[in-house]
Design a protein around this ligand. Sequence first.
Ligand code: ATP
Ligand code: MG
Length: 178
Amino acid sequence: MGYLKQIDIENFKSWRGNKVIGPFAKFNCIIGTNGSGKSNVMDAISFALGERAACLRVKHLRDLIHGAHIGRPVRDCARVSLRYCDHEDQDTVFCRSILGDSSEYRINGVHVSLAKYLEELQKIGIVTKARNCLVFQGAVESIALKDPKERTKMFEVISQSKEYAAEYDQKKEAMMKA
Ligand code: ATP
Ligand code: MG
């Protein structure tokens, strides 16, 4: 299974100029004091996965530019690149940039449509439609309050385990008979 290796950021939310977050391990934990930017890391990842502004705690995309929250954006553009390492140890860089309120998507530096971008993410196992793969601030409670069946369904979508359900049932049945 692949994993997120590094995030490269330019003028996005709390980061001014070019910053590198990482390298990450396969399991990571972000800690910090209130307001230090923990949720902004998740916002940066969600942004680069094509998320809408409303889910990134801003009204307009341009509000994501460093300084925009106090009405003083440092530039008119921002960028987040996610470097993914796949199971064959190959890196792919997914990059979303904003210029004003429009977005541009690149894979390994090549400009692509949003549809192609999401398709390529899906190929390496990142289902951006299953937005619950990122638990936004405040969403923990709503997940905890779901009924167990709904919660199971949600995790099946996130983990893509549903694809293997039929095979699993078949093998289980065969084992029971043996
Ligand atoms: P908490 O523990 O309270 O959840 P947190 O670590 O998750 O805090 P964030 O919400 O990620 O903190 O970050 C908040 C900080 O991000 C604030 O200090 C805010 O000033 C800064 N911030 C948000 N948007 C921008 C922006 N466009 N430009 C610069 N800084 C920004
Ligand atoms: Mg937070």
